[in-house]
Design a binder for this molecule. Structure first.
Ligand code: ADP
Length: 248
């Protein structure tokens, strides 16, 4: 074994649905503290890959390891979340009738098994943690606003904040900037880079301007495997990527 210590390690992962190979010998490695971007055409297998990492789907074959030696293919979704893998789906699911602060408080309580209640008394540390998250997601001044009154972009940031309350070691983020304004999109790149200073983040996105802003290693998937991987300039000038994705 010469493999270096990685946070997430996928090797030759394959999964078929009714004979259709959604993932075909996919390999993908994330180091601790890395921010990574995933691109690729519809049907490339991006969602299936996230489903495999989070235990929603089990691979037919291949290796999926977290923190070097934890076999994720033997864990269920709840266990994997508990291990420190958070996932943000495209559509924000915040509690509209609660304030920004209460949404974060509910998320913090989720770890204590009292999710959905605001009865648990926050410690000074909890309050400091919420303040810190508010700052990270740029919503310190919006703490008392109802989530229903936030912009689409702010709801996305709030949901990212709710995931941060659980201190994930790896955060998976699905199309965060879809539907955002240009200013929100730019700010989201800054925000994710900041978040990645203390954990690893994998972002699936179609917005190439945003991907360029991130300035991180990009993996382009197509037909269930890696088509190209490297800097955005390297990947976007690859003839296979142009043919299968960018040129469409
Ligand atoms: P992407 O997220 O890159 O658009 P997906 O991972 O959603 O790609 O899909 C890859 C392929 O696998 C698609 O052709 C899709 O129809 C198929 N697929 C994904 N999940 C299922 C499922 N649960 N049952 C059947 N087919 C699926």
């Amino acid at each position: 074994e010469t493999r270096s210590k990685s946070l997430l390690y996928l090797e030759n992962v394959s999964v078929s649905f009714d004979g259709f190979k959604a993932l075909n010998s996919l390999s993908f490695v994330v180091e601790p503290g890395e921010l990574r971007a995933i691109i690729g055409p519809n049907g490339a297998g991006k969602t299936t890959m996230m489903d495999i990492i989070t235990g929603k789907t089990r691979p037919d074959s291949g290796i999926v390891l977290f923190e070097d030696d934890i076999d994720l293919t033997r864990k269920d979704e709840a266990d994997i979340a508990q291990l420190g893998i958070g996932r943000k789906f495209q559509k924000p699911t915040v509690f509209e009738s609660h304030t920004v602060w209460d949404n974060l408080e509910l998320a913090l309580n989720r770890d204590r098994g009292v999710f959905g209640t605001l009865f648990y008394r926050l410690t000074p540390d909890d309050k400091a943690r919420i303040e810190e998250i508010l700052e990270t997601i740029r919503m310190t001044a919006r703490r008392n606003d109802l989530a229903a009154n936030l912009s689409h972009g702010q709801k996305q940031w709030l949901e990212i904040g709710m995931l941060l309350a659980q201190e994930p070691k790896l955060l998976l983020v699905d199309e965060p900037v879809a539907g955002m304004t240009d200013a929100e999109t730019t700010e989201t790149a800054v925000l994710l880079k900041e978040i990645a200073k203390t954990r690893s983040v994998v972002v699936v996105e179609h917005d190439m301007g945003f991907i360029r802003d991130l300035g991180v290693k990009v993996t382009c998937l197509a037909e269930g495997s890696v088509l190209a991987e490297g800097s955005i300039d390297f990947v976007s000038s690859d003839p296979k990527v142009i043919e299968n994705y960018l040129g469409r």
